[in-house]
Unconditional design. Structure first.
Length: 453
């Protein structure tokens, strides 16, 4: 037992020497030749107080980088807060066992237990500063979004501001019979352009809403774990009555510092809600009557409906014997068929894409090792003595080389089969593609409409 104690004490003194030489320990303590329990307790009270002062400054910070928040806490914890529990207790325990005064030993033991508990409780600072960094990141993100709000929203409304009245004007002229077939075709092209713009706006709005909803890390309520830690900080004096008052009183001062960050986030959220409220509620097009009743996903619907009306008018000029209701159904059916035809052609083109063709060509050149393998085989054969050129090993290498050079190697033949299959597929795709295009053209000609892809 005595031997182990000497080893532990020696270890502490060695570490202590490093700390002194490194400037971590204060000069007064470093010069202390005869250390006592009182000098040790005073020293560590002072050291922890230094660390707690640093924590107070850290909790005021609005920085967002991990090294500037959690990294600073790790440094404070390592240099000031946890030194006693990691190192200092070795010499303290040694002196405590040698202390002859029961009252001094009792007081020192109580201090040690209290300091150990305090240091344990102070580790919660790490959770708070990590949370604090998230809060500050959310604040910065919200402030960035708030600054961008006017231009973001105007970017959407400006793109459709003139299109709404134009759709209304075209609809009025169509119903009033003031459009010739040629004018209807021009209007149809114009309405298609509006539809594409509206579809793009719908997609962009959807992405922006997703970004605004997801690009933050914290919920509307403070994390319960953080709230509990802040509550514990208000009770540190009662939890640790045997440590110095300047230590047990300090955490109470940290509570408003931590809460201030949360208050700043709540204010940023309020400003964010003001800036984006109408946008998130789907009301930014309320002043454009054509789009007013439609949700963001359906912004193209007015243009789609007007397209059908215009196409029905064109079809009526060709198929005069059919009623408007019949023509409308035919146009709607054509819209559905055209959508399916586009999708089918896309799939056909993908199945014989240039990329697929390049992959097969590359696989063909590399099959069985390609020219690189032939060179390797020739090098191996060149190393055989003349009296061994008829050996089984040499013949095996030669046969493999011949197969590759003649493109008769099994791996090469397998790739060539795939190439032939691909070429056959290309022919089938071409035939099916032509059939789809011809059927589409004929169907739309009967309706008085130009082909549309």
């Amino acid at each position: 037992m005595e031997r182990r104690m000497l080893v532990r004490t020696g270890l502490f003194l060695a570490v202590l020497t490093v700390l002194i030489n490194g400037g971590v320990l204060c000069p007064a303590f470093a010069r202390q030749e005869e250390r006592s329990l009182d000098t040790i307790t005073d020293y560590y009270d002072t050291l922890v107080k230094q660390g707690m002062d640093g924590i107070g400054n850290l909790l005021k910070s609005r920085k967002r980088e991990k090294s500037e928040i959690e990294g600073v806490w790790d440094d404070l914890n390592e240099r000031f807060i946890s030194v006693f529990s990691k190192i200092g207790h070795f010499e303290f325990d040694s002196l405590l066992k040698k202390e002859k005064s029961e009252s001094i030993a009792k007081r020192a033991s109580e201090w040690s237990n209290s300091m150990t508990l305090l240091i344990h409780d102070l580790q919660a600072v790490g959770e708070v500063v990590a949370w604090q960094r998230q809060v500050n990141r959310d604040i910065a993100q919200r402030e960035f979004d708030i600054e961008k709000a006017p231009n973001r929203i105007a970017g959407y409304t400006e793109r459709l501001k003139d299109d709404g009245p134009r759709l209304e004007a075209i609809a009025r002229d169509l119903k009033g019979g003031r459009l010739s077939s040629e004018a209807i075709q021009k209007c149809l092209d114009e309405v298609k352009s509006v539809r594409i713009t509206a579809e793009n706006v719908s997609g962009s709005i959807g992405r922006t809403i997703g970004y605004l909803e997801e690009d933050v890390t914290l919920g509307k309520e403070m994390d319960k774990r953080i709230a509990k830690i802040l509550e514990d900080w208000t009770q540190m004096k009662d939890r640790h009555p045997n440590v110095a008052p300047e230590l047990s009183d300090t955490p109470l001062n940290w509570v408003p510092l931590a809460k201030k960050h949360w208050e700043n986030l709540e204010k940023a959220r309020e400003e964010f809600d003001k800036a984006y409220g109408p946008f998130l509620e789907g009301k930014i097009f309320k002043d454009i009557s054509v789009f007013r009743e439609y949700g963001y996903k359906d912004l193209s619907r007015p243009a789609v409906n007007l397209e059908i009306e215009l196409k029905t008018a064109l079809a009526a000029a060709v198929q005069k014997e059919k009623s408007e209701a019949e023509l409308r159904r035919a146009i709607e059916l054509d819209e559905e068929l055209t959508r399916k035809e586009r999708e089918r052609i896309r799939k056909l083109d993908d199945s014989v894409s240039p990329q697929r063709s390049r992959e097969l060509s590359l696989a063909h050149s590399r099959a069985a090792g390609g020219i690189s393998r032939v060179r390797e085989l020739q090098l191996l054969m060149s190393r055989f003595p003349l009296d061994q050129v008829n050996s089984p090993e040499y013949r095996k290498l030669s046969e493999e080389s011949s197969l590759i050079m003649d493109f008769k190697h099994p791996e090469q033949l397998a790739v060539e089969r795939k190439i032939r299959e691909f070429e056959e597929l290309q022919k089938k795709v071409t035939r099916e593609r032509e059939t789809i295009i011809n059927e589409h053209r004929d169907r739309r000609e009967k309706l008085g409409l130009a082909p549309e892809w």
